[in-house]
Design a protein around this ligand. Structure first.
Ligand code: ASP
Length: 333
């Protein structure tokens, strides 16, 4: 284990904890929707509208995911997503409902709303996951909206990247040069959404264009149930963002939910899985960003990350929303 991982894990927990928002600062006692990153705010606003119209938790997370997928300026989700190293945008998404119903699409091309296609896989096929050309054909058969990708600015970023063709996930975290790097601002970030409906049932969704300039055919954690998303209607739900290869290694979202089942709060559950990943991988993750976000069945929430800078949006039943900044294992460098 590297010195930096050892220090973060064993010697400086107080410092890492200091960056978390304390429970006393929170304006809302119970959340009904949480979503990753700052763009979770607009996602939650859409989800709450759906809840007011008596939509289900699944309707809430799908609506929120669609808003972010529609943003041409979002370079890591939906139509504005950065392409793979061959210049093709391949989208990954999944949904999970309270009763264990699941649906996912991987490496879906030319379709504007992968989160809705994932839901259709769940509701209209005997399967749980469709990939690549089969997923695309299914989406076209179901008359899902198409989109021309990459967007002009995503294509320009890819052409710039081609000049060096250096592949490295750029962590979205504080105090780095990521804004000026090819693929910046941040060349990955997924929207993961967790919600509690009016009937008390939970659902989740996760949608992404994955790591910018990834190998063709690469699939991350986001469409993998148990890794990018897991919902257990008895306990709570969790979602992940960051380097998907790391999340898959610890079946991250499932591990967070199981930690809650053992009695940990959402924040502590996320933190325990981040620490486990760091123990497992040592220096291999010292420069990566991985973050988890969790919502308990009773509406408690929390997140934790490897690196500082992970934010998430929290919304209560009235629609009041705040963006919080998660604590992290490593300190800002
Ligand atoms: N988890 C996503 C992936 O690996 C990327 C991200 O959330 O930053 O595809």
């Amino acid at each position: 284990m590297s010195e930096i991982v050892r220090r973060a894990l064993f010697l400086a927990p107080g410092l890492a904890m200091a960056s978390a928002v304390s429970a006393a600062d929170r304006p809302v006692p119970r959340a009904v929707m949480v979503s990753t990153w700052d763009f979770g705010r607009v996602a939650n606003a859409a989800g709450i509208e759906v809840r007011r119209a008596r939509g289900s938790a699944l309707d809430m997370v799908e609506a929120g995911g669609r808003v972010v997928e529609s943003d041409p300026d979002n370079t890591s989700v939906g139509i504005g997503g950065y392409p793979d190293r061959d210049g093709r945008v391949t989208l990954d998404a999944c949904v999970m409902n309270w009763n264990g119903d699941i649906g996912a699409v991987c490496a879906l091309e030319d379709i504007a709303h992968p989160v809705s296609v994932a839901r259709a896989v769940m509701e209209k096929t005997p399967h749980t996951m469709l990939v690549g050309e089969g997923a695309r054909r299914f989406a076209l058969d179901q008359a899902f909206e198409t989109a021309v990708m990459p967007s002009p600015s995503a294509e320009a970023a890819w052409r710039e990247w081609l000049k060096t063709s250096t592949y490295a996930p750029v962590s979205n975290r504080e105090n780095t040069e990521w804004r000026s790097m090819p693929g910046g601002p941040g060349n990955h970030d997924t929207i993961g959404l967790l919600a509690i409906g009016l009937d008390g049932h939970m659902a989740g969704a996760c949608t992404t264009s994955g790591l910018a300039f990834k190998m063709r055919g690469r699939v991350g954690d986001s469409p993998i149930i148990g890794a990018g998303l897991f919902v257990d209607d008895e306990v709570g739900a969790a979602t992940a963002t960051g380097v998907g290869e790391d999340v898959v290694r610890v079946a991250g979202s499932h591990a967070v939910v199981e930690a809650m089942r053992q009695g940990k709060s959402p924040t502590e559950a996320c933190r325990s899985v981040i620490e486990r990943l760091a123990r497992l991988r040592g220096t291999a993750v010292a420069d990566h960003q991985v973050a988890f976000l969790a919502l308990s069945k009773s509406g408690e929430w929390g997140g934790w990350a490897l690196q500082p800078g992970f934010t998430f949006a929290v919304t209560d039943a009235s629609g009041a929303t705040r963006v919080e900044r998660a604590g992290s294992l490593f300190e800002a460098r």
